[in-house]
Write a protein that binds this ligand. Structure first.
Ligand SMILES: [Zn+2]
Ligand SMILES: [Zn+2]
Length: 268
């Protein structure tokens, strides 16, 4: 069925909410159909100290405030810094799956507001020229029906009072990153994007994506923007962490309160 977006959004709201995908409980009080309020409260934010560039948690080193991680030291990315709202696990992972795979795109508001809150916390003094995002290829846009990072960026930009621009464009159709190894992901996204010098040169941009998996996409996207003359900082809804210890993160609620519970009814 290929309903216009607004009609589909309305239809989504009347779907039965179903059990919570994490605990099996009633998800009606939660932020999304399929995620209950109690489980949402368990979301975690990446712990400190972290690499000041990519944001990956690091073991604390005595007498040293913060130092870049080995990967950023060996091959510095084109973005200056990256901050992620949540650890990609538990409720944050479920929310992304509901949003992207089940196409519950009204959740973009909830995800976008989480990104905006994280941006304010990470760069309280910063001023930005625009929010840009990692674009989907035309084929993926057609099959999925929407552009996941684009909608999140739009909501985050609105919350931050900034313009949202599609200044980063897909150049070729890379395979889906899902299921590829770290090295495979890097090769797959190489030269995947393009940006016009006339539009981005001299701009300070906030690059938004839904999930940072290995960082390959963020690296390539920011490389493209930086080559065209922009200063790039990146923000994502969630980041994949591989060390068992890092997965525990820090309870997010202590830092940000409960936040908006329902993306659909969030005021503009
Ligand atoms: Zn639950
Ligand atoms: Zn790093």
């Amino acid at each position: 069925m290929n309903l216009p977006l607004s009609l589909r959004a309305a239809a989504e709201m009347f779907l039965p909410s179903g059990p919570c995908l994490l605990c099996g409980g009633d998800s009606r009080s939660g932020p999304a159909p399929g995620l209950c309020r109690a489980c949402w409260r368990l979301r975690r934010t990446p712990s400190e100290p972290a690499c000041p560039i990519c944001g990956v948690p690091l073991p604390p080193v005595e007498g040293q405030e913060s130092h870049p991680c080995g990967e950023c030291l060996a091959a510095p990315p084109a973005f200056h810094s990256h901050a992620s709202a949540y650890v990609y696990a538990g409720p944050a992972r479920i929310l992304v799956l509901l949003y992207k795979d089940q196409r519950r795109y009204p959740l973009a508001s909830l995800l976008g507001h989480a990104v905006a809150r994280r941006v304010r916390r990470a760069w309280p003094e910063a001023s930005w020229d625009a929010v840009v995002y990692v674009p989907s290829t035309l084929r993926r846009r057609l099959t999925r029906g929407f552009e996941p990072a684009g909608l999140i960026a739009m909501e985050a930009a609105r919350a931050l009072g900034l313009p949202c621009r599609r200044w980063l464009l897909p150049r070729k159709a890379p395979q889906a990153q899902k299921g590829l190894s770290r090295a495979g992901r890097r090769t797959n996204v190489r030269a995947a994007f393009t940006a016009r010098k006339e539009t981005v040169q001299g701009k300070r941009l906030l690059l938004v994506d839904d999930v940072r998996t290995t960082g390959a996409t963020l690296r390539e996207a920011s490389r493209t923007l930086a080559r065209a003359g922009a200063e790039v900082h990146a923000a994502t809804f969630a980041m994949v962490l591989t060390r068992e210890l890092d997965l525990m993160g820090t309870p997010a609620e202590a830092m940000e309160g409960e936040g908006p519970l329902c993306g659909v009814s969030e005021p503009a």
